[in-house]
Design a protein around this ligand. Structure first.
Ligand code: FAD
Length: 849
């Protein structure tokens, strides 16, 4: 065989047919490269990784390049296009070998595009119904089989294999090539038509803007073109003379090239949406009433707003949106039941029993590394009203400094104390009508009551106050002033002792679905942007409901990250590990989780017969039961020098004086003294009025935990790891809180007057004045438990912006405790209420305060 240089030197140039083929291939390669390049560039801009369909299109393009190279080789060296009789023998062999490869390349490359297109349809909302998803998978298998069939046919149609190109062999034989390639061509055209028809019903039903219709029509036209070209190519194959291959491959080559190119263009159709973005960048989901394409409208009902999670925040938000504009259609979806008539709910003193009821999700943590691998119970409300259906009703706004830190972290003054104050006032119906109206509100739906206001004159009130005073803690009259340092009287949100749930305190004139799980938020790509368009329910029909304006997730700090991840929004490794399609890689979903941790102690009363605690027959005044049996919480800072050392131990490279725990006055610990005690384990304490309980709580923990997926089932609990007491700082704070409490109860005359001893586990000693750190750490490991204040798992600044919009997804917000980005030194329901109040204003674009 002559060398390539010689072969080209001898060349007479391209034949007339060869030129046509060469020009077609050049134009097609240019177009395919351009659209694929644009598509990949856009994918790269929108996310850190290409998705699988991108890779498949890219792989197909590479095959297409090799196909083009092969075609040019046979046109130049093989002199394809000239009559076979005028072509040297070796050139014909050369051509036949390349044609053999071109067929294999075509079958593989086109198969890749087809499967890539189907995969993209499958992960879009066009595949919203189960039936469509099944149909797509079947078709994908069919396309892959077509590809395989074409390859196998190529490999097997002539025996021996070299008979395909060795013109000197006479001992071989081939099957009827026209019939075989015709079959491949027909199946190709049929699969193309099926790919085109599959999403057609959704496209027809979709309500879209004119420009989107134009984009869809273009994709449709290209799809029809692929089908038509495949059909024409099939006819060309039927007519081809395989015995005179060099003379009549023109039409087969041209149609093959065109079909492949248009298929690649269809695969890259998403660039059309980005193009629309450039043409009309002002359009977004917020200002349009239109819907994206490809919604499964079989079950779809439409609402302006869909609020997922009828809990504390969800009820407030749904109510306020409706109150502002009665014409809005709002759907509130809650996994739990309507608990308003539940026998245990109204009675504020039944909180403990509620924890054993069906209104509690009854979560468990993973074994806690720093707490002797203990698995802890973490409660959360499962009812319309959410955790307000089972919580203890403590009403505390917390300290100004916490909110100011929040605002500075996210660079948005609306989340500072001053920013939220109008909403704290708006929602509040303060018990004292003479209080300062700059601080308190008097017309809001949440009625508050203090211990004194309800007439609860607990016998231990005075001695407890005196004991704390003796260790330097002064009485502060208003827990909700924004500066609650010292010993403050407890306030609860109750109406004459009865529980107030968010679902009953706020009018809920909206459509409500209870006992209904939302399985995922539906997200679609439009204009190159990702947009939440509705939700899918975990019901038999996999019902899909459409949100014309927004989907708002309010499923609480445990479930919100779970729902986000099961909707494909979250850390991509975590999603992939559970086989969830990645819609958006948002690594902070489920991270930065914080929970308050507390350590309980039981104290034996010196004179229980006086009726000092629940369980004693003499503790009988009915007023005592109009709220929690508590007078005060002690809110304190810990000694700063020790705190500096602990912070330095945790973060050696940081200046502790710049740490927010030190740089301003903060409430590091809260100590609650409760006039009841019960412990079923060692040390056994019965509810007999002989003991009281104290809880020392670490209010600004530096430990951070996580919420991860346990599996892909929305009904399963997520994997909860609060990572309690992971830092020396948290342990130091708890140690100091425990020491201060011991001092108040054991070293002061008032304390000694009421407390006889601390009741501890059989093998342990009560804390003493000189108990060392190690012993207290041991106590912390044995006893630490949650205060049920989970926050931070969809942190503002990381997962949502200051307007509570999920970063990278239009039309989707999160409004619940999960967005709180920094620990608050308070019980958090008041904050969640105010957050939801402000969220309603932000969503509506108004200021109601
Ligand atoms: C036992 C207990 C005692 C507490 N005591 C106090 C206290 O005294 N004072 C205080 O200030 N705070 C207290 N808290 C904390 C406070 O009540 C909560 O932090 C706060 O109410 C959380 O509000 P949220 O809106 O973020 O979530 P939640 O109120 O928990 O609402 C989330 C809702 O979403 C629903 N949901 C979840 N997943 C789905 C889904 N896939 N589809 C549909 N619905 C779903 C849930 O059923 C729930 O109703 C207590 C909490 C508990 C559990």
């Amino acid at each position: 065989m002559a060398s390539i240089r010689d072969a080209l030197g001898e060349s007479k140039g391209l034949s007339h047919d060869g030129r046509d083929v060469a020009i077609t291939v050049a134009v097609c390669i240019f177009v395919a490269t351009l659209v694929t390049g644009l598509r990949l560039w856009l994918s790269r801009r929108q996310g850190p990784l290409f998705a699988m369909p991108d890779f498949m299109t890219l792989a197909s393009l590479l095959f297409f390049y090799s196909y083009a190279v092969g075609t040019y080789m046979i046109l130049t060296i093989g002199r394809s296009g000239y009559p076979t009789s005028q072509t040297q023998h070796w050139r014909l062999t050369f051509t036949l070998k390349w044609i053999y490869y071109l067929r294999l390349g075509y079958a593989t490359g086109l198969g890749l595009v087809k499967c890539g297109i189907l995969m993209a349809i499958c992960s879009s909302q066009a595949a919203s119904s189960k039936a469509t998803r099944i149909a797509i998978r079947v078709l994908m298998a069919f396309c892959a089989s077509w590809s395989l069939m074409a390859i196998l046919l190529e490999l097997l149609n002539c025996r021996p294999l070299s008979y395909n190109w060795n013109l000197d062999r006479s001992d071989g034989h081939c099957i009827n090539q026209n019939a075989a390639f015709l079959a491949v061509g027909i199946i190709d055209a049929v699969t193309n038509a099926a790919i085109l028809l599959l999403p057609l019903p959704q496209l027809i039903r979709a309500k879209v803007t004119r420009s989107e219709k134009l984009a869809m029509a273009s994709v449709l036209a290209m799809g029809i073109l692929v089908v038509a070209v495949a059909a024409v190519r099939t006819v060309a194959i039927a007519r081809a003379d395989f015995h005179s291959i060099n003379g009549n491959i023109k039409m087969v080559s041209i149609w093959t090239t065109v079909e492949w190119t248009v298929a690649i263009m269809v695969a890259n159709a998403p660039i059309l949406w980005s193009l629309l973005d450039w043409l009309a960048p002002f359009r977004s989901i917020e200002n349009t009433q239109s819907f994206p394409a490809s919604i499964n409208m079989d079950t779809g009902r439409e609402f302006d707003y869909i609020v997922v999670g009828g809990g504390t925040a969800g009820c407030v938000l749904a109510s306020r949106l409706k109150q502002h504009d009665a014409s809005l259609s709002i759907l509130l979806i809650e996994a739990g039941p309507d608990a308003s008539t539940h026998p245990l709910v109204p009675d504020g003193s039944k909180a403990a029993q509620l924890l054993g009821s069906e209104l509690n999700w009854s979560y468990k943590t993973v074994p806690q590394n720093h707490l002797d691998e203990r698995v802890l119970s973490n409660h959360a409300g499962k009812a319309l009203g959410g955790s307000t259906a089972i919580n203890s009703g403590g009403w505390m706004r917390g300290a100004k400094e916490d909110y100011d830190l929040w605002a500075s972290l996210v660079g948005d003054p609306r989340w500072s104390y001053q920013g939220l104050l109008p909403y704290f006032r708006k929602l509040e119906h303060h018990f004292d009508s003479h209080a300062d109206p700059e601080i308190h509100g008097f017309g809001g739906p949440i009625k508050t009551e203090s211990v004194s206001h309800t007439g609860r004159k607990y016998p231990l009130r005075q001695p407890v106050q005196a004991a704390w005073a003796a260790v330097g803690l002064t009485y502060h009259p208003d827990i909700n002033s924004g500066s609650p340092y010292g010993l403050v009287e407890v306030v609860e949100n109750r109406v004459r002792g009865s529980r107030q749930m968010s679902s009953t305190a706020y009018p809920l004139d909206v459509e409500i679905m209870t006992e209904t799980f939302v399985k995922r938020v539906l997200v679609e790509e439009r204009h190159g942007r990702k947009i939440a368009i509705g939700v899918e329910l975990e019901d038999e029909k996999q019902s899909q409901l459409i949100a014309r304006q927004e989907v708002i997730v309010s499923t609480g700090a445990y479930r919100t990250p779970q729902l986000m991840m099961l909707s494909g929004i979250g850390p991509q490794e975590e999603l992939r590990a559970h086989g969830v399609n990645v819609v958006l890689d948002l690594p902070d979903v489920g991270r930065h989780f914080v929970d308050h941790v507390s350590v309980a102690q039981w104290w034996k009363l010196r004179q229980p017969e006086k009726g000092l605690a629940i369980g004693s027959a003499a503790f009988s005044d009915p007023a005592y039961f109009r709220g929690n049996p508590v007078d005060f919480v002690a809110l304190q800072s810990v000694p700063l020098e020790g705190l500096r050392q602990a912070l330095t131990k945790d973060e050696p490279n940081h200046n502790p004086d710049e740490h927010p725990l030190i740089s301003s006055q903060r409430v590091h610990t809260e100590t609650i003294t409760v006039y009841v005690a019960q412990n079923p384990h060692d040390p056994m304490v019965a509810v007999d009025g002989t003991h009281i309980t104290t809880h020392v709580c670490c209010m600004l923990p530096t430990s951070r935990g996580s919420i991860k997926l346990a599996d892909r089932d929305i009904r399963s609990a997520p994997r909860i790891d609060p990572n309690y007491c992971a830092t020396e700082t948290d342990r130091y704070v708890l140690r100091e809180g425990l020491r201060r409490l011991r001092q108040a109860l054991r070293d002061t005359p008032a304390g000694q007057e009421i407390i006889e001893s601390e009741t501890v586990e059989e093998k342990f000693q009560p804390l003493g004045p000189n108990t060392d750190d190690q012993t207290i750490d041991d106590l912390i490991r044995r006893r630490a438990m949650t205060l049920y204040h989970p926050t931070g798992s969809a942190s503002m600044g990381k997962v949502v912006d200051g307007e509570l919009r999920v970063k990278g997804i239009d039309g989707l917000r999160i409004v619940d405790a999960s967005v709180i980005p920094t620990p608050l030194s308070t019980h958090i329901q008041a904050c969640v209420y105010a957050l939801a109040e402000q969220a309603a204003d932000i969503i509506l674009g108004i200021s109601s305060v």
